[in-house]
Each structure stands twice: as C-alpha cells, then as structure tokens.
Design a protein around this ligand. Sequence first.
Ligand SMILES: [Zn+2]
Length: 153
Amino acid sequence: MIASTRDKKRSEPIINYGSYKVSDAGVRLVLERIAVETGRAVKVTSGDRDWVPSGGARNSLHLNKRAVDFHVEGWPDAQVFDLLLAKRATIFGESKGKAFRYQIIQHGPDTITGGAHIHMGIVPEPGEAYGRGFLVEGMTAATRGRYKVVDPP
Ligand SMILES: [Zn+2]
C-alpha cells in the first residue's frame, strides 16, 4: 500500500528519555501526545526518583514513579505550558474536577528546583493530597518556592 504524502510527513513521536526511567505508562502516553501536538521531540530531564533533590517536594510524585520533568526541543517552556492548557482536552482527556488527576507545573526561571522545566505527574487517587491542575512556581524571584494554581482541575 502506498502511503499518502500526509502519512510520509507524519513522523512517530520522539521522546528522548536519555538515562531516565519513566515507569508510568500514563505519563509516557501524555509525553507522546505532547510530541504529536508540538511536532517536536520531547527531552526528558528527570523521571522516577528515590531521593528528594535540593528544592524538590517531599511528597513529589517522582517518588511514586508517576512524574516526569521535560522540555520540548526548540520551544520555550512557557509556550509548552500554554499549549498544554489550550489542548487540555486532547492531551489529558475531558475529565474535570476530582477525575482530573494530572499535575502540571511550570517551574520558571527563578525556580527553587534545580532549573526551569515543565513537570507533569499523575496523582494516584482522586482527592489525595497532591496539587492537581496547572500550577506555576518561580516565575519571578518573589514567587520562588511558591506554587500558584493557574487553572484548577
Ligand atoms: Zn518534576
């Protein structure tokens, strides 16, 4: 069967995991959707962790093997975050309220963590004590270490 021009142009989503392990299949699926929506490769900068890095949250979803840190190659993090918000239904599904179990954080230039990045995790059960929805931290020096919800679940 001859592939159409469209099919030839479309490429498989590229996720560059490097040396990082991301155990959660739901987290990996979201990364693939992000690669598709942006048309760019996703570069993972952290995944499963069994330690709390400097500035990291003690109840981090990385410790549950349910989170990833990443950039989209060639895109500023703010542009990625805006796309995740705009394509929320496509990338995360239609769920609202307690059913929306995703935690998306833009750690900005003044982040308390190791460096600016996008963080995405999946809260194990609805109603558990993790921030859900879209949050920002460290966008300015005044908000270093302070998490603000910009779009609730
Ligand atoms: Zn993270």
